[in-house]
Design a protein around this ligand. Structure first.
Ligand code: NAP
Ligand code: MG
Length: 399
């Protein structure tokens, strides 16, 4: 069989633990037999991040700016336990954080919907996609523990020597805590643009929600920028496409989401997106069935699974025990990246391959062959619980 050709390589970002094992199996069993795979390989596994002083993460993000499309494996975000486990010289930052900061992107997360894995919310018929702003707020904060009485202020010192601006956060009379956060007009604007572009490209209505009634300057600025960008550049295109944009208070959005049928995009500030995406993925059935794509306003795309490295399964694997780790979201990260590469390079057989691999994956589950996490919650009868490798082989045999 002649393999499907590629022209531009994908940026391949390898990762850690159980997902690193799955990564290799997917390439060996599901992609390389059919596609003449071209990638520029970056090993973001923690050992190599340590060896390169995390330069490899920066290099992989720069490569994404050059080549346009990346696929990323889950990676360990070091904490104190990992520093000890891997003998790290530093507690390296989250690779996802570093990559997001360099690409200035917005993260879109959508569940993979299959028959037999029913959402907990009965009204949901279609996927709900969360667009998470990936810059600033509490993720780039400055925090203080206040040991006792004293004043905490916000101070702005203009770089051009204008008048200082001060505002009192709190006059402390007892111990407490304080926090400073920020965001940038340019980042909020690119968040709005990426969200509107993604709504157009997937033909879905989009909502943005924040807490502007309480946060009259900070959250209100988000609301205003979304509206300005929409009115200036998207209103006409949305009307033509028959889709909508509206702003609503975050409380109202949460209530509407539960009553909805799905099939729309919910744009969230950074923290809301972090938390709500975990709620949505669980409510749709499984974190292991959630895909994630970082879309930059400059047109770069980075695809990954939303879950982590599945550490608990990895230690079982190392101990020689059988694992049943779900590879679906990682498979869809590869198909997302290959499809986008195919679209950009005009390779219709590569696009068709991505569609076929996704369909084979869905068909496998709907035929009752699935990993343990899904077997535990499915409404299908007569299911076969497969181990990590056998699930991938079952998909391969359908290909
Ligand atoms: P996790 O890897 O997402 O796993 C948490 C639990 O969820 C697992 O123990 C497993 O439950 C279940 N699970 C997740 N994915 C699964 C899959 N594909 N198949 C079957 N079950 C799955 O989160 P974590 O254990 O909190 O984090 C582990 C490491 O991942 C951490 O070092 C963290 O920094 C990193 N992380 C990376 C990313 C990323 O790169 N995007 C995201 C999140 C976390 P059971 O054990 O009950 O089977
Ligand atoms: Mg989260």
């Amino acid at each position: 069989m002649t393999k499907i050709a590629m022209t531009t390589p994908l940026v391949e970002m390898d990762g850690d633990e159980m997902t690193r094992i799955i990564w290799q199996m997917i390439k060996d069993e599901l992609i390389c037999p059919f596609v003449d795979l071209k990638t520029e390989y970056y090993d973001l596994g923690l050992k190599n991040r340590e060896a390169t002083h995390d330069q490899v993460t920066v290099d992989s993000a720069e490569a994404t700016k050059r080549l346009g499309v990346a696929v990323k494996c889950a990676t360990i975000t070091p904490n104190a336990a990992r520093v000890e486990e891997y003998g790290l010289s530093e507690m390296w930052k989250s690779p996802n954080g570093t990559i997001r900061a360099l690409l200035d992107g917005t993260v879109f997360r959508a569940p993979i919907v299959v028959k037999g894995i029913e959402p907990y919310v009965r009204t949901w018929k279609k996927p709900i996609t969360i667009a998470r702003h990936a810059y600033g707020d509490v993720y780039k904060n400055t925090e203080l523990r206040i040991p006792g009485p004293g004043k905490v202020e916000l101070v702005y010192t203009p770089a051009n020597g204008g008048d200082e601006v001060r505002a009192t956060v709190q006059d402390f009379v007892e111990p407490g805590i304080a926090q400073g956060i920020h965001n940038l007009d340019a980042s909020i604007e690119s968040f709005a643009r990426a969200s509107f572009e993604y709504a157009l490209s997937t033909h879905q209505t989009i909502w943005f929600a924040a807490k502007d009634t309480i946060s009259k300057t900070y959250d209100h600025r988000f609301k205003d920028i979304f509206q300005e960008v929409f009115d200036a550049d998207y209103r006409a295109r949305f009307e033509e496409a028959g889709i909508e944009y509206f702003y609503t208070l975050i409380d109202d959005a949460v209530a509407r989401v539960i009553r909805s049928e799905g099939g729309f995009i919910w744009a969230c500030k950074n923290y809301d997106g972090d938390v709500m995406s975990d709620m949505l993925s669980t409510a749709f059935g499984s974190l292991a069935m959630m895909t994630s794509v970082l879309v930059s306003p400059h047109g770069y795309f980075e695809y990954e699974a939303a879950h982590g490295t599945v550490q608990r399964h990895y230690y079982k694997h190392l101990a020689g025990e059988e694992t049943s780790t779900n590879s679906v979201a990682t498979i869809f990260a590869w198909t997302g990246a290959l499809r986008k590469r195919g679209e950009l390079d005009g390779l219709s057989d590569l696009v068709a391959f991505a569609d076929r691999l996704e369909q084979a994956t869905i068909d496998t589950i709907e035929a009752g062959e699935m990993t343990g996490d899904l077997a535990a919650i499915t409404t299908l009868e007569n299911v076969t619980k497969l181990n990590t490798q056998d699930f991938i082989k079952a998909v391969a045999s359908r290909m």
